[in-house]
Design a protein around this ligand. Structure first.
Ligand SMILES: C[S@@+](CC[C@H](N)C(=O)[O-])C[C@H]1O[C@@H](n2cnc3c(N)ncnc32)[C@H](O)[C@@H]1O
Ligand code: SF4
Length: 382
């Protein structure tokens, strides 16, 4: 049985960043005890219906899970490893922000069993950190990174590039600095404008202008080249690692394995009674907690995913990966051959244009293809 990946969502942040549309909320006082207990209750409920399964990874995401009490993280890890069968090399990741509030907690997270930290550094440039509305300086971010590297076996960090006015040369210099600090994994995201964010309002008024497609492509190529020089390969569109440093948890999503999502707004794809089921939790934190307190879970409408939708989702996720979508794995998950799920004419054109390759039963997007992934997927999936 393919091991389960478990996602646990912590919905609170110190401040809301103007680019971010994740399910994150600011509260004067974070209701720690209530949410710790609700998360544990919902995990037990989910585990009861999933039954004992091998557990490959746990990921504490947010929001800002480094604002959780380390005792809560320890309790959730203890519950998960008792309710499922953890693999000996269980990967346990926690997303952390590099503000002083969290630095004091890192040792507690390590003692709780976390073995991988993903730090939200976003930029090493003071002006950019201000523009992004971050609560930390570049110096604090570097200090947090050094502390984390001394404490955790695996450390990754996130940067946001393709920011307004950013030249290839300026990004190159920032990235070189980042590469000198990096361990075996980096997440490098191009800034996107998300609906309902502060940046969207600025963008609509023409006060925030993103790089055009040509510059964005140039920035992407420059990013991959610089990282390759440091032995980091883009195993996914925005995620780079040295061999073996890949995030196993995120690989489970992209390979379309079963993953369970606990906490407000979390979603999952889990096999239940032989069917693949899409799960979703109520998004607003307090109403989610009320539901958990009342009925043991905050689950909203769930639906069975039929073969066509499984095929579409698996291609959508898998073509983000350099390794692509494996035909045998695809058939096992969807009951369909890869060729059956694809529009033959569009596939032919995409092969000719060099956007995809189809070798040894495996369909993969090339780097050029990955730059046009959304448009490509819209047409390719029959
Ligand atoms: C769940 S979020 C944030 C984790 C953590 N709270 C933090 O702020 O560091 C994960 C990552 O998504 C990226 N991200 C969020 N919104 C983005 C956007 N609009 N454009 C590009 N990257 C974004 C950021 O790099 C962020 O670290
Ligand atoms: S980027 Fe991180 S800290 Fe900022 S609002 Fe989003 S989840 Fe919270």
């Amino acid at each position: 049985m393919v091991p389960l990946a478990l996602y646990i969502h912590w919905p609170f942040c110190l401040a809301k960043c103007p680019y971010c549309d994740f399910n994150s909320h600011v509260r004067e006082r974070i209701p720690q005890t209530r949410f710790a207990s609700a998360l544990r209750t919902e995990l037990a409920w989910e585990a009861a219906r999933l039954g004992r399964r091998p557990l490959g990874s746990i990921f504490f995401g947010g929001g800002t899970p480094s604002l959780m009490e380390p005792e809560t993280v320890a309790a959730l890890i203890a519950d998960a490893t008792a309710l499922f069968d953890p693999l000996p090399d269980l990967e346990i990741t926690l997303e952390a922000n590099p503000t002083s509030v969290e630095l004091g907690r890192l040792a507690g997270f390590r003692a709780a069993g976390v073995n991988r930290v993903s730090l939200g550094i976003q930029s090493l440039d003071a002006g950019a950190l201000g523009m992004l509305g971050r609560q930390h300086s570049a110096g604090q971010a570097v200090a947090a990174l050094e502390m984390a590297r001394g404490m955790f076996p695996r450390v990754s960090f996130d940067l946001i590039y393709a920011r307004p006015g950013q030249s290839v040369a300026a990004w190159g210099a920032e990235l070189r600095e980042a590469l000198a600090l990096c361990a075996d994994h980096l997440s490098l995201y191009q800034l996107t404008i998300e609906p309902g964010t502060g940046f969207e309002a600025l963008h609509r008024r023409g006060e925030l202008v993103l790089p055009d497609d040509d510059l964005a492509a140039e920035l992407y190529h420059a990013t991959l080249d610089a990282c390759a020089g440091h032995g980091l390969a883009a195993y996914e569109v925005s995620n780079l690692a040295r061999p073996g440093g890949e995030s196993r948890h995120n690989l489970a999503y992209w390979r379309y394995a079963d993953y369970a999502g606990i906490g407000p707004g979390a979603h999952g794809r889990v096999t239940l009674g032989g069917e693949l089921v899409a799960t979703r939790r109520h998004r607003a934190p307090e109403p989610w907690a009320e539901r958990v307190e009342r009925q043991g879970h905050g689950s909203t409408a769930e639906e069975r995913i039929g073969p066509r939708d499984r095929a579409r989702e698996m291609l959508l996720m898998g073509l983000r990966l350099a390794e692509g979508v494996d035909g045998a794995r695809f058939a096992a998950r969807t009951g369909m051959a890869l060729e059956e799920a694809l529009d033959a004419d569009v596939l032919e054109q995409a092969l000719e244009a060099g956007y995809v390759t189809f070798r040894d039963g495996c369909l993969a997007a090339t780097m050029e293809g990955r730059l046009r992934l959304d448009a490509l997927l819209g047409q390719l999936v029959a």
